[in-house]
Design a protein. Structure first.
Length: 133
């Protein structure tokens, strides 16, 4: 069942990339940086995967620390890394990472990101249930 759901999520992620100008890579990972699903444009899979996995644990740690310090709940994080913009969002216990070209219009992502998060919430909840049992 998880495999069918994963392939459906992968297809949605691929369509998401096609709608976002200057996007290159999207992935869903555990907070430890283990990539579960990804989609890439123009052969960007290896570079995107390496960049995403190198930043996931730091993002997860910063979200954890901000909540412990009562600094509020962060919805997402933006970082510039080399020639890329990296947007990350915590969805349940999983991290969504989107990598864009350095010249991308980040505001354009706002039109699609909330819907993507809504789509991924059930997958994240199911993944977390599977990890507990």
């Amino acid at each position: 069942v998880m495999t069918q759901q994963s392939s459906g999520i992968s297809a949605v992620m691929d369509r998401f990339l096609q709608k976002i100008p200057d996007s290159r890579y999207i992935s869903l990972s555990t907070q430890d940086g283990i990539e579960l699903i990804n989609a890439a444009k123009n052969g960007q899979a290896t570079e995107g995967s390496q960049l995403a996995s190198s930043l996931v644990s730091g993002f997860a740690a910063s979200i954890d620390q901000s909540s412990r310090m009562n600094l509020g709940k962060a919805e997402y994080s933006l970082a510039w890394a080399g020639n890329s913009i990296v947007l990350q969002s915590l969805i349940g216990g999983l991290v969504l990472t989107l990598i864009l070209d350095e010249t991308a219009n980040v505001g354009a992502v706002d039109d699609y990101l909330p819907k993507m998060i809504d789509i991924l919430h059930p997958f994240s909840a199911r993944f977390n249930e599977d990890q507990v049992s």
